[in-house]
Ligand binder design. Structure first.
Ligand code: GTP
Ligand code: MG
Length: 313
């Protein structure tokens, strides 16, 4: 048995160290990634994949923790993926969250992972998708993905999950403006967290009104759920809303449409990477140095050098 197959066998039995190692190999697209994905891909597609996104401090980690506890009570195995945006406001917070959550969940039914940011555009979303897909294939029943912010990157990360919960808090007028400006479209469920604070009911009303004005692109009516994550209030209702959205997405074909969309960009990225790798190795073979010398000696112009490199077998 290859090392990868040994690790997979251990990971399927729930060995944390092997799960973590496999995730790293897949996340970084190490040479073993292809074998890991080939050996597990058929098992993916069973987990409930939930994204929690929203402005810094809205309570995403607290709600993730409350959801984890509630799902654990039903016997589900839960994985949490915290996507680190490398924002100066939140740098370090993820590690704190992990430690807090690890203290709370010492059982092996919970696995927590944080993702490092990477420079490539779309790179973080793709890496997150691979990590989430592997956790799903390894048998986690629920994967919760926490991402900070309300920007373009979050929209991409939203495509990684089946159900996107967009968090906001009462009285966050600016957040509401930001959310209005496009991001609300990614929400499958709108969550007004910190409902223990004044103004929660008004916020729920405002959002419900705003949502009723917008045209529904898919036929799903985005519900507004009120939670107080610290106390756990509203968590069962949120779990219920997630289950309803999942059932609707399966039935309506929206889940399949999203998967196809996501897979289209995944395949495209893999093709691009492979082509680049092959071209790069061709450059080595042909001798870039030699070509540069010929260009400098005016035997060729730079474009002719590119043609010569690409056309050579
Ligand atoms: N009153 C109240 N406070 C809450 C609630 N949920 C979270 N908080 C507090 O809000 C603060 C931020 O909560 P986090 O869960 O760290 O928020 P976050 O959205 O994960 O923050 P970042 O990851 O830094 O973007 C913490 O002090 C929480 O204790 C809630 O329902 N009610
Ligand atoms: Mg957080």
């Amino acid at each position: 048995m290859s090392d990868v197959q040994k690790m997979l066998a251990n990971a399927r039995e729930g060995r944390i160290a092997d799960i973590a190692r496999l995730l790293s190999l897949v996340e970084n697209e190490d040479p073993e990634a292809a074998e890991i994905v080939r050996s597990t891909y058929a098992d993916s597609g069973r987990a409930t994949l939930v994204g929690l996104t929203g402005p810094p401090g809205a309570g995403k980690s607290t709600l993730t923790s409350a959801l984890t506890a509630a799902y654990r009570q039903t016997g589900a195995r839960v994985a949490v993926v915290a996507v680190d945006p490398s924002s100066p406001y939140t740098g370090g917070a993820i590690l704190g969250d992990r430690i807090r959550m690890r203290d709370r969940f010492l059982d092996s039914g919970v696995f927590i992972r944080s993702m490092a940011n990477r420079g490539v555009p779309g790179g973080l979303a793709r890496a997150t998708r691979r990590v989430v897909g592997l956790l799903d294939a390894l048998g986690f029943d629920v994967v919760l993905v926490e991402t900070v912010g309300v920007g373009q990157q979050d929209i991409e990360i939203a495509r990684v999950v089946d159900t996107v919960c967009l968090l906001t808090i009462p009285g966050a007028g600016d957040d509401i403006q930001a959310i209005k400006a496009g991001v609300i479209e990614i929400a499958d469920i709108l969550v007004v967290n910190k409902a223990d604070r004044p103004g929660a009911d008004e916020a729920v009303r405002d959002f419900a009104k705003m949502l009723s004005l917008g045209a529904t692109r898919t036929g799903w009516k985005t519900p507004v759920v009120k939670t107080a994550a610290l106390e756990g209030t509203g968590v069962p209702e949120l779990i219920d809303a997630i289950a309803k959205h999942r059932a609707w997405a399966e039935k309506s074909g929206e889940a399949r449409r999203r998967s196809i969309d996501a897979m289209r960009s995944e395949i495209q990225a893999l093709v691009r990477e492979r082509v680049l790798r092959e071209l790069a190795s061709r450059l080595d073979r042909q001798g870039l140095d030699e070509m540069a010398v010929r260009v400098v000696d005016k035997a060729l112009d730079p474009y002719a050098a590119v043609d010569a490199l690409l056309e050579s077998p």
